[in-house]
Design a protein around this ligand. Structure first.
Ligand code: UDP
Ligand code: MG
Length: 312
């Protein structure tokens, strides 16, 4: 029988551990699969670890990893994916915002042959400002990066063994999972669900951390901001040359009216333009270095009938 692994990151979720376990088991027991539930305690300061240990003692299917401190959800997901043994894994929050009732539908997607089954939430009940900002953000990120991200699609997803292994090939340290899930490609099915508001505890996201997350998303998938510098330099230089020619023409016609103005403004504008261009050039190199240091594979093979050729 195939094994399904459920990965549940938890940070200060003591009141949610045992309810989420109950709900998961309720869903999983009716499916023709073996299962393991892996809790990743991300340095909680409350009784989360105690709750997890209590469960693990009673249930063989409960596994756990506990971090030495809070490393963030991205790290918790990565640790989980590295350790699960399943033929597929489901990533799921511990706060009940990811309804376990969707699991059977996700498994159906897996049986249909999809490598990723993503649960997409509506934004019902979210603050209006957050909804607006995030829809703008997704427009921006999709227009300037080469990965496709959809608003409402988060970490709640099923991944086949192949998808897990592909994701683990991306060894970069600064991980923006949403982008990485999309980067690996592979067939994907989307199922929709109505947004669920948090019951116990509180969200770990502050406005500031959302902004930081947003910047990570843009920076980790392209170096276009650097190129903007380059183009701005060219535009500034071009415009200043026009302005300089215009001013020079004025002087030729009417003589010098403000002594020193022409030489000063010429120096500032031309140098400003050249500096921006040079920054852009340096930026291009840094961008290349940045991409190289991520050591991402150049490609991931889906199917093929030839093995990699090794000269030995
Ligand atoms: N989480 C985590 N480490 C963190 C922050 C959050 O493991 O540093 C977990 C948290 O326990 C929950 C999930 O990630 O299971 C989602 O967190 P949260 O509900 O705060 O985010 P939101 O649902 O508001 O996006
Ligand atoms: Mg939540």
């Amino acid at each position: 029988m195939k094994l399904i692994s459920i990965i549940v990151p938890a940070y200060n979720e003591e009141e949610n551990i045992s309810p989420i376990y109950e709900k998961l088991v309720h869903e999983l027991n009716v499916l023709p699969y073996r299962y393991e539930i892996l809790f990743v305690n991300d340095g909680s300061r409350d009784g989360t670890l105690k709750e997890i240990l209590k469960l693990a003692e009673q249930q063989n299917s409960v596994k756990y990893i506990s971090f030495t401190r809070n490393f963030g959800k991205e790290a918790a997901i990565l640790a989980g994916l590295k350790r699960v043994k399943g033929d597929a894994a489901i990533l799921m929050d511990s706060d009940m915002q990811h309804p376990p009732t969707l699991i059977s539908e996700m498994i159906k997607g897996l049986e249909e042959g999809f490598h990723q089954v993503v649960a997409k939430r509506t934004r019902t009940g979210d603050p209006k400002v957050r909804t607006l900002l995030s829809s703008l953000y997704y427009k921006l990120i999709n227009s300037i990066t080469d990965v496709d991200l959809a608003d409402g699609e988060g970490d709640f997803r099923l991944m086949s063994r192949k998808a897990i292994d592909s994701l683990l090939l991306l060894s970069e340290n600064n991980r923006f999972s949403k982008g990485l899930f999309s980067w690996i490609g592979l067939s994907k099915k989307t199922i929709c669900y109505e947004n669920v508001l948090r019951e116990g505890g509180s969200s770990k996201w502050s406005f500031g951390s959302l902004i930081n997350y947003g910047i990570d998303g843009i920076i980790s998938f392209n170096t276009k901001p650097l190129r903007i510098c380059f183009y701005t330099g060219f535009i500034v230089l071009f415009l200043s040359l026009i302005y300089i020619a215009y001013t020079f023409y004025g002087i030729a016609q009417r003589g010098i009216t403000a002594p020193g103005y022409f030489t000063t403004i010429t120096a500032i504008l031309v140098l400003g333009g050249i500096q921006l261009i040079s920054l852009g050039v340096i930026g291009e190199y840094i961008g290349r270095i940045y991409n190289e240091t991520k050591r991402r594979p150049n490609f991931l093979v889906d199917i093929s009938n030839v093995d990699e050729y090794h000269e030995s």
